[in-house]
Design a protein around this ligand. Structure first.
Ligand SMILES: NC(=O)c1ccc[n+]([C@@H]2O[C@H](COP(=O)([O-])OP(=O)(O)OC[C@H]3O[C@@H](n4cnc5c(N)ncnc54)[C@H](O)[C@@H]3O)[C@@H](O)[C@H]2O)c1
Ligand SMILES: N[C@@H](CCC=O)C(=O)O
Length: 597
């Protein structure tokens, strides 16, 4: 019974339901009732069709999920040969052309931009750039796809992402890795942990976490009652805005809201277009309905600004720099009167991650873990170690070790598998990182003990650089560089507490931190002192390399909203719960027992 509706409205609803049922039976016959609004009718028709066509006659459980097994790419291994073949094929076929994808339709505008290969500046792909009219078309299409997608039984939604993970890890592994290596400048191992392992993990573990969320139900029912909670998708569309540095993050920002029944407009990063487009194709091949994830490359401020201006904007899933996220947050706040709901704003942003070394640490481990964290993928991980605090009792040994190990680092293009360091992403990044190195060279309170050279004549190559400063507020100790530059501050070994306090306040970021000590009490004490300095905290391990399903990832302060990518916590941001109470017993009287005489 529809309480509170007028007779006219009730009969209108009955007519609409009848019309929708008739339309379902005779699809694609034209709808008969012209007096009702088209959008209302099409919503009802779509909704009834989708729920009636997709009954779920069982309480299904997804298969157990595991982390994607890693391949080594060691010389002579079959995976190394397969990846080299994929790279050669992709290089022979480049440049590719990437369309805008709206409702599954490939769209060309004629306004074309390029994604370069940072190893040699060749054109890897050209891509179409959307304008505001196409963005609005994408939003409309997503909103039309929403009812059927939300109503699809969870088992079927989950199956799409589980299938996508299998397609990625088997059929498309080397293709997506090759696009990540050539487009985003990753070596084989870095491409493996990102484009193959982390993305497959995101898709599989999100299915598991979504199931865990749905299972969270009220723990009490009063006699004669049944309480339930359903996890509705958000009304409207989610805007996913992704960074260049992880193909997996591009794949996750759209698919995490989508697995919870949301529709998404995805603005990929210009330097990750080809790999991100392949990810979209895999999702479509796995059965993601057209329109659920719209692919909209193009001018970021224009497209993102227009999406945030839409009254149907329901949430932002962002990963990228702190400055951009802060701007978007302010823009969203200014629009709050426009929106139907308060939008969910989730952003994982910059870092200035540290290795904090106690006087009891194992110096050899500090050296090896710091070299890896600071210089793998050229320091272009939000989690990269960018500053290290070393006690003076260990400094001579650690200094000699860092200099010796840095000399073993080979720098060059991604196709030579012996290169540990490959190019930085583009000319802008190269110039910015070069600026920090030149600043250190000119400073009186800093010294470069390794690296300090760079060369952009062929690709964007920067020699891993180690700066030592006596100034605890030195610029390269405070600012995010996002390049292969490590700054070290040597402290008196008996001032561990003071140095932890100093490091905690030196930078506005709080993403990752690693503490090295063999003294258990120092680990306990340091972890307490640095409790709010990082969202991901490591003991005797490097600050990079969080694994989905093992270390939920994200930081606080200027590093983001800490909604933990790859965790149920993140998925909860993309649902709006409805509590349902059903009563089985009639009310005998409106009076309370206490009202009786
Ligand atoms: N915390 C994390 O989990 C995490 C993970 C990866 C990267 N990051 C951060 O991302 C940054 C590197 O990635 P990036 O260079 O792609 O970041 P970015 O901020 O330049 O770009 C991120 C996205 O925002 C878009 N964008 C850029 N300017 C915009 C504007 N004015 N309005 C709207 N959108 C805009 C870009 O096109 C891209 O899609 C670093 O700061 C790094 O720390 C953080
Ligand atoms: N999972 C990654 C996240 C990197 C972000 O850029 C790590 O922990 O290194």
């Amino acid at each position: 019974m529809l309480r509170g509706t007028t007779v006219g409205a009730r009969s209108t609803l009955r007519l609409a339901a009848r019309a929708a049922t008739a339309a379902y039976k005779t699809r694609p016959a034209p709808l008969p009732l012209r007096s009702l609004s088209v959008s209302f009718l099409s919503y009802r028709t779509h909704h009834l069709y989708s729920t009636m066509a997709n009954p779920q006659l069982g309480l299904f459980t997804i298969p157990a999920v595991e982390n994607e097994p890693m391949k080594s790419y060691a010389p002579g291994s079959p995976e190394r040969a397969a990846l080299q073949a994929a790279l050669a094929e992709m290089q022979a076929q480049a440049p590719f052309h990437v369309p805008i994808v709206i409702n599954g339709e490939q769209i060309k505008t004629g306004k074309v931009a390029q994604q370069l290969n940072p190893s040699d500046k060749s054109v890897l792909c050209t891509y179409e750039e959307a304008d505001v009219a196409l963005l609005n078309k994408a939003i409309d299409g997503a909103l039309k796809a929403r009812a059927a997608w939300e109503a699809m039984p969870f088992a079927d939604r989950a199956a799409i992402f589980l299938k996508a993970a299998d397609l990625l890890s088997q059929k498309y592994r080397y293709k997506v890795m090759a696009a990540t290596m050539l487009g985003q400048g990753k070596n084989a191992w870095q491409a493996e942990i990102d484009a193959a392992a982390e993305l497959a993990d995101f898709w599989r573990f999100n299915a598991q976490y979504a199931q865990d969320v749905y299972k969270q139900q009220p723990i009490k029912n009063a006699p004669g009652n049944w309480n339930r909670v359903e996890y509705r998708s958000l009304e409207g569309f989610i805007l996913a805005v992704s960074p260049f540095n992880f193909t997996a993050i591009g794949g996750n920002l759209g698919s995490a809201p989508a697995i919870m029944g949301n529709v998404v407009v995805w603005k990929p990063a210009p330097a990750a277009i080809l790999s991100n487009y392949l990810v979209l194709e895999i999702l479509h091949e796995a059965g993601l309905p057209k329109g659920v994830l719209q692919f909209i490359p193009g001018d970021a401020p224009t497209l993102v600004g227009a999406a945030i201006d839409s009254p149907d904007f329901a949430g932002l899933h962002f990963t990228g720099s702190t400055a951009v996220f802060k701007k978007l947050w302010k823009d969203i706040a200014m629009n709050v009167d426009k929106y139907k709901n308060y939008p969910r704003v989730v952003g994982e942003t910059g870092g200035k991650n540290m290795h904090m070394v106690h006087k009891s640490a194992d110096p050899r481990q500090v050296v090896l873990q710091t070299i890896r964290s600071a210089f793998e993928y050229q320091g272009q991980k939000c989690s990269a170690c960018s500053r290290a605090y070393i006690p003076d009792n260990l400094w001579p040994e650690i200094k000699a070790g860092l200099i010796a190990e840095a000399k073993r680092i080979k720098v060059g293009p991604v196709t030579d598998f012996t290169n540990f360091v490959t190019p930085v992403i583009n000319q802008f990044a190269f110039d910015k990182i070069k600026g920090f190195i030149e600043y250190a060279k000119a400073a009186k309170d800093a010294e470069i003990i390794s690296g300090g050279t760079y060369d952009d004549s062929k690709g964007y190559f920067i020699q891993p650089t180690i700066i030592v400063t006596t100034n605890p507020a030195f610029k390269t100790l405070t600012d995010e560089i996002f390049g292969p530059v490590l700054t070290i501050y040597v402290y008196p070994a008996d001032q561990f507490d003071e140095t932890c306090a100093l490091a905690d306040k030196t930078s506005p970021y709080a993403l990752t931190c690693a503490l090295f000590a063999t003294d258990r009490q120092a680990l306990v004490h340091g972890a307490n002192l640095l409790r709010h300095a990082a969202g991901n905290f490591y003991l005797n391990d490097k600050s990079t390399g969080a694994v989905v399903g093992q270390q939920p990832f994200g930081g606080s302060r200027a590093s983001g909203t800490n909604d933990k990518a790859g965790a149920a916590m993140n998925l909860l941001r993309w649902v709006s719960a409805r509590a349902i109470k059903e009563n089985f017993l009639p009310l005998p009287d409106f009076l309370y027992p206490s009202n009786h005489q």
